[in-house]
Design a protein around this ligand. Structure first.
Ligand code: SF4
Ligand SMILES: [Zn+2]
Ligand SMILES: [Zn+2]
Length: 381
């Protein structure tokens, strides 16, 4: 059979018939990190593929064998399309969608993330998580618009914008598009010119700034992002490894309004990357599978790899690590009682809220981190 791998694209000839589990084991692929697609449908590890099959092995972890019993949906008994080891559960396409929605519902209710009379802005990149989030919140009846930020990263950005625009048109949803180069005079490849700063660092700062700005100017009460369980567990691991206590104090699925910035929520924090990729496949959502070509500078991927290795041997590790921190450790050990954004002032250049550097009087002019970084990038052009 022909087995097509993605990122980078490569085709392997594998003798069949063989189970999906055996095909993956033969190619030394961790099943936790991929989806297997045959004839446009997801197939689970127990499925036997014929010798003439053409199969796509799609990575679901950015950057990255069990016994062959028949997997059946836990809810209805029909053949399953996805097994979720940490829940010891498998679902058919219909009940996978129900499972995803119910986890989002739990997240929203547990952290009082959204209400039906608020306007929500979701940051969409064209990747699986943010598109799925927009889709789910629209289906749940929330008033939710999208924001796409053009980063100017060649074909990757062109294709991302295309999938986001097509999704918005299909759903009749409102999409705000901001192009970094048109609006602010630089793009992310330009940011690689400044020393001691990674492209991802400038990219993240730019995304947060534009997101805050569009939310503030558009009167949105809540900003939602597609961060999933894998993203949050990897960020937590990175912060723990360096004992970044201020970051630990602020790591939360729901951050309150502060210093003129709208509330920030992460309704997908209870769902893994594989569940989100599978959701997109069964819902027919076209998303950008390609990696950003600048992803090499992103250290979070190394933590994701490490956690996936642990998860492979002990399913549930990632969820226990993240949920245990949120439920039992964060408030008790890492909260910052004295921390407040209450003394936020306006940036002297762009007028957006910012905080004065420590020790500086609040009446002195201050440029926000974004304006300072933008100034450094523009100086290299
Ligand atoms: S990989 Fe880095 S540069 Fe690329 S979109 Fe993500 S944060 Fe931005
Ligand atoms: Zn079912
Ligand atoms: Zn500014």
């Amino acid at each position: 059979m022909k087995v097509k791998l993605r990122n980078p694209d490569k085709t392997h000839e594998v003798a069949g018939p063989a189970t999906v589990a055996d095909v993956l084991a033969g190619l030394e692929i961790n099943p936790e990190t991929v989806l297997v697609i045959h004839d446009g449908e997801l197939v689970t590890r127990d499925r036997t593929l014929p010798d003439d099959a053409e199969v796509e092995v799609r990575p679901v972890i950015s950057g990255g064998s069990r016994s062959p019993r028949k997997l059946r949906c836990h809810a209805c008994g029909h053949p399953a399309v996805l097994e979720i080891a940490r829940h010891r559960a498998s679902y058919c396409a219909t009940h996978l969608v129900d499972h995803v929605r119910s986890q989002v519902r739990t997240a929203i209710d547990k952290h009082t993330m959204l209400s039906y009379d608020e306007r929500v802005l979701v940051a969409v990149s064209g990747g699986k998580d943010s598109l799925a989030l927009w889709d789910i919140l629209l289906d749940m009846g929330y008033s939710v618009d999208g924001l796409y930020l053009g980063l100017g990263i060649g074909n990757y950005s062109a294709r991302s914008e295309q999938v986001v625009t097509e999704f918005a048109q299909r759903r009749g949803a409102t999409l705000h598009t901001v192009d970094l180069a048109d609006e602010y005079g630089y793009d992310i490849p330009d940011a690689t010119r400044i020393p001691r700063r990674s492209a991802c660092g400038v990219c993240g700062l730019s995304k947060r700034y534009v997101f805050n700005r569009v939310a503030l100017e558009g009167g949105y009460e809540v900003m939602a992002t597609g961060h999933n369980l894998d993203d949050e567990a990897a960020t937590l691991l990175g912060n723990v490894l360096r004992w970044q206590t201020p970051f630990l104090a602020r790591q939360s699925p729901a951050l309150p309004e502060a210093g003129g910035r709208a509330r920030k929520v992460k309704p997908l924090y209870r769902l893994g990357e594989r569940e989100m990729a599978a959701y997109c496949v069964v819902r027919g959502l076209d998303y950008i599978v390609e990696e950003c070509p600048l992803v090499g500078g992103n250290t979070v991927l190394r933590y994701k790899d490490a956690l996936n290795e642990l998860e492979r041997h002990s399913p549930g590790t990632k969820a226990q690590f993240l949920f245990g921190f949120l439920d039992r450790a964060r408030d008790e050990h890492f909260s910052e009682p004295g921390h407040s954004d209450g003394d936020a002032i306006s940036c002297s250049e762009c007028g957006m809220p910012t905080s004065p550097p420590k020790g500086q009087a609040t009446d002195e002019p201050v440029r926000c981190a974004f304006c300072r970084t933008r100034g450094r990038v523009l100086a290299t052009l």
